[in-house]
Write a new protein. Sequence first.
Length: 248
Amino acid sequence: MPLHSLSGRSALVTGGARRIGRAIALALAEAGADVAITYRNSKNQAEQTTNEIAAMGRRAQAIECDVRSESSVRAAVDETIAALGRLDILVNNAAVFETAPLESLTLEQWDTVFATNTRGPFLVAREALPHLRAARGRIVNIGSLGGERAWAGHAHYSSAKAALHMLTRTMARSFAPEVSVNCVAPGWIELDDRPDGEAASAARFAARTPMGRNGTADDIAQAVLFFATGPQFITGQILTVDGGLGLS
């Protein structure tokens, strides 16, 4: 099958209603896949995204799901199979991001970030695994440059993403040879709905980036497409998509 052709395939993208998840869902659909997305609080955006996917002639399904909940995840996978008939690609994108000093982090803050960013991908992958094995499918986790570098103001986030990177590698060994598992780790990504106060940070990161700009959601979506359509022999890899920011 030629690179970037997903005709006849089906994908599930967690947190696919907006931001990076939306870009990934649309890119998979443009490549030919039917796509289900999950959302928690973004019902309107989820419906807009699935409408755009359907307009491409693909099947689309928006599913309310809390990736922290075992029963919610199980129901979401069941609904995906009922709607699409099969599952070839899982993109674990749903995540939360928070800034907080390490010395004042509460247990609730720590557990909330880990529950979504690390436990969530584990639960979704576990529930989807029988379907992915049957299809000889792919899992792509969305990590972070913060999982490779120590971000002092984001200790819980960086730690959770670092755990996800290791989970990617252990999944790759455990789920082989039927399923390949890889991870895309974004650097600073420009998003339309970032707070105005982050403009200075965005400019600072762009100035430090060898490629001379910050990343876009489409940069991440194209990296996901590489793992979704490229050689299945590639597995257990963490692909940092940061324009070289991590080299500084």
